[in-house]
Write a protein that binds this ligand. Structure first.
Ligand code: PNS
Length: 162
């Protein structure tokens, strides 16, 4: 059984993340989407909210589970018997940060590899931060996030569309 871990903040999940989930779900027997619970990072949605949104939108993928993790990613990945960590790459600008993370993680767990999956060009400009900013200023995010996330964002940011 080949298990892959797709970690992230997912604050909130976007269609770009889902594109990676779909692609990575074809590469592994099981894919665990893992929400990092980092108390020092300020997020709009709580870990539970991020996990619940992900569970809803990942439901159509039979071999995808959603989980949270606390602490080091490599420790979580090893505890799950994962053979690889999956990261999405949108553009070269993502590479430097991901390169550093991969090297650190490799130092901590030499046998755990990181696999990079390139996002569809449709979403190469998309990020959770951009989506939050658009909603804060009352803009439309149709097509950028699943509908359930659109509603959750508007509710959270008190735009009151519901
Ligand atoms: O979506 P993000 O914000 O790029 O996700 C970052 C995440 C959660 C994957 C990263 O911060 C992470 O791996 N956090 C766990 C702590 C850890 O293992 N850090 C790397 C070694 S210092």
């Amino acid at each position: 059984m080949r298990i892959g871990i797709y970690p992230g903040s997912f604050d909130p999940v976007t269609n770009g993340h889902l594109d990676i989930v779909e692609r990575a779900s074809r590469l592994f027997d099981e894919l665990r989407v893992a929400v990092g619970a980092n108390p020092s990072k300020t997020t709009l949605f709580s870990v539970e909210e991020r996990v619940n949104l992900l569970r809803e939108v990942c439901a159509p993928f039979e071999n995808v589970q959603v989980d949270r993790f606390d602490g080091l990613l490599v420790e979580y990945a090893l505890s799950q018997n994962a053979c690889a960590v999956v990261k999405g790459l949108r553009a070269i600008s993502d590479f430097e940060y991901e390169f550093q993370q991969t090297q650190i993680n490799r130092r901590l767990a030499a046998d755990l590899d990181t696999v990079f999956v390139m996002t569809s060009t449709d979403y190469s400009y998309l990020s959770s931060s951009i989506v939050k900013e658009i909603v804060r200023y009352g803009g439309a995010i149709a097509g950028l996030v699943p509908d359930v996330v659109d509603r959750a964002l508007r509710h959270k940011l008190k735009m009151g569309r519901d």
